[in-house]
Design a protein around this ligand. Structure first.
Ligand SMILES: [Zn+2]
Ligand SMILES: [Zn+2]
Length: 302
């Protein structure tokens, strides 16, 4: 996700009258593109998506502000306090085992939740969508300029996720007066991992030489999202490998990229119920105006 990205899909496509969305999904991307005409490219106008594959958007802010830091460290403190209160309730081997199992379960759940979240913002809504609009635009901007995530300072990169999680983190801490140890460590761990997904995502875009040794080792071991697995998401039309904590769910959810995959089924369900088709059913339009060396010309990313 790229905060501050100016690109935003102007509207969500509805299924053409009389068409079968299930059949639509069954056709090739190229066929669907031809049939969709300009609809496939309505997400980004030249004016709304400046920049190119090689030029960092000068309008974007990559430094962390005090507000970014306040959201990130404030929520982290709440979650750490919840986790520690949970640990303080562990007094015997059985509760220790239950707490450890809760941490593992939280790790797996967090990866799945980030997949759901990433899939939803990649495919539905627009920059004008209430509450989620900036995040939807940011994810779309990330597909166009994926390298910028590596330029961001830590709190700048993750604060958009920590911010909405803060009230929930406060609620988790308040609930520790009544909850058991496994619940405390489960909620705090899952929430922190989801909040950190943008950092795991950024690491998956960095060169091996840029990564801390521990992160490189965790990626190699499959504990954190690897560059190879996330690289597969960055292939048009961005229709798979949505999970961005560890990526352990991706293979099972994508079912080899077939129409039997979890997200394809979900998309057909949504389309059948609402008539709204996901963006990944169409190839994205990467044409935009680039002003470089005083010359305005069309740029097309690969
Ligand atoms: Zn994406
Ligand atoms: Zn990415």
């Amino acid at each position: 996700m790229q905060q501050g990205a100016s690109a935003a899909c102007s509207s969500q496509r509805a299924a053409p009258a009389g068409s079968s969305t299930v059949q639509q999904r069954g056709r090739s991307v190229e066929q669907r593109s031809l049939e969709a005409g300009t609809a496939a490219g309505d997400c980004f106008s030249p004016a709304s998506a400046p920049g190119s594959k090689h030029v960092v958007d000068q309008g974007e802010e990559y430094h962390s502000t005090w507000a970014h830091r306040a959201w990130v460290w404030g929520a982290t403190a709440l979650l750490a306090a919840t986790f520690l209160r949970g640990c303080a309730k562990v007094h015997d081997p059985v509760s220790a085992l239950a707490a450890a199992a809760a941490v593992v379960a939280a790790y797996y759940l967090a990866d799945f939740l980030t997949g759901m979240y990433h899939w939803s913002v990649d495919n539905y809504g627009s920059g004008a969508t209430p509450i989620m609009g900036s995040q939807i635009a940011a994810f779309q901007g990330h597909h166009q300029r994926p390298w910028t995530i590596t330029k961001r300072e830590f709190c700048n990169n993750v604060h958009e996720v920590f911010k909405p999680a803060t009230p929930f983190a406060a609620l988790c801490l308040a609930a520790t007066s009544w909850t058991a140890a496994p619940a405390d460590v489960f909620l705090s761990t899952a929430t922190l991992l989801v909040c950190m997904c943008q950092q795991f995502h950024a690491w998956a875009h960095m060169k091996k030489s840029q990564l801390p040794a521990a992160v490189d080792a965790l990626q190699a071991a499959g504990v954190l999202l690897s560059r190879r697995i996330h690289g597969m998401h960055h292939r048009t039309p961005f229709e798979g490998n949505y999970c961005i904590v560890s990526g352990v769910w991706n293979e099972a959810l994508d079912a080899g990229g077939s129409d039997a995959g979890f997200f394809r089924r979900l998309e057909r369900f949504v389309a059948a119920r609402t008539g709204v088709e996901p963006r990944c059913w169409y190839p994205p339009d990467y044409s935009w105006q680039e002003e470089e060396n005083g010359v305005v010309h069309e740029a097309r990313a690969k």
